[in-house]
Design a protein around this ligand. Sequence first.
Ligand SMILES: O=P(O)(O)OC[C@H]1O[C@H](O)[C@H](O)[C@@H](O)[C@@H]1O
Length: 341
Amino acid sequence: MAAPPPSSPSPPPAAAAAATQQTQPQPQTPFYELVKGNSGLEKVLLRGTRGFSAEVYLYGAQVTSWKNDHAEELLFVSSKAIFKPPKAIRGGIPICFPQFGTHGNLEQHGFARNRLWTIDDNPPPLPVNPAIKSFVDLILRPSDEDLKIWPHSFEFRLRVALGPNGDLSLTSRIRNTNTDGRSFSYTFAYHTYFSVSDISEVRVEGLETMDYLDNLKGKERFTEQGDAIVFESEIDKVYLAAPSKIAIIDHEKKRTFVLTKEGLPDAVVWNPWDKKAKAMQDFGDGEYKHMLCVEPAAVEKPITLKPGEEWKGRLALSAVPSSYCSGQLDPLKEHLIALNI
Ligand SMILES: O=P(O)(O)OC[C@H]1O[C@H](O)[C@H](O)[C@@H](O)[C@@H]1O
């Protein structure tokens, strides 16, 4: 069920229907493939050059795997994750829309993460790096049931793309398609779960001195002190107006994740730690040691769209060797230039 690659990066990948007509994947040729995943839910496989790969479930449009050229998994998905609606999949990159967390009257993190998305065969053109050959476009429109809980018509298009250096990008385009002249507002996050060797060996750079809302202290506002952020206990903070680049440095793995965000001013940092981990049905007791969520988001100031308006929010992820010193973001720039991001 391999789909042939698009003839150019702008047109969409071949239709899912066409995907079923081809039986022989073309070796060395980037493509996406639609296969059955856990519990029979469908997922899209993206394969890049040199063995890079990613997987996206149509359920939630959720990326659940991103692997480097050594076939190492870079995202965390819980061994207890439940792949059954209406539960959202615990791990990968859940999409929080139209509400982040409890910032509104909807269910926690909104409903996009537990809806079935479809492959969008004919998305409006999106400027992309021509070197990217492996990508898929997904779309979510509200059902009649959704309109009862959030009475707004929208089109949410998500492109997930695997770059030539194994970097992963997610581009969201959300359009207000209300025909009654009404604007709508929403909050949003790419709730990214990174796989880390040992949370106590990890530090995050780029958020020091930032203001944040502490979800563990009634969303009260504080200012981060000191150096890079390290982890010794539960954390659940929304960093406000965070920089567009954030680094997660995993000492043990000698790996640095670089997040680049556009259109998303905030960044949430979350680790449930031991007590909350035990209370979560779909999360192993000790798994908090091996994950960290850093979530590019728009939380403090909701995004408002008038009818016909479209918003774009992008996340680009790369994993690079940690070959620079603590507190020096400059050498990181070299990696970013090398990665062309
Ligand atoms: O359990 P979930 O609904 O997936 O939420 C998991 C976590 O997501 C975010 O990081 C929030 O800031 C946390 O408060 C929440 O606990």
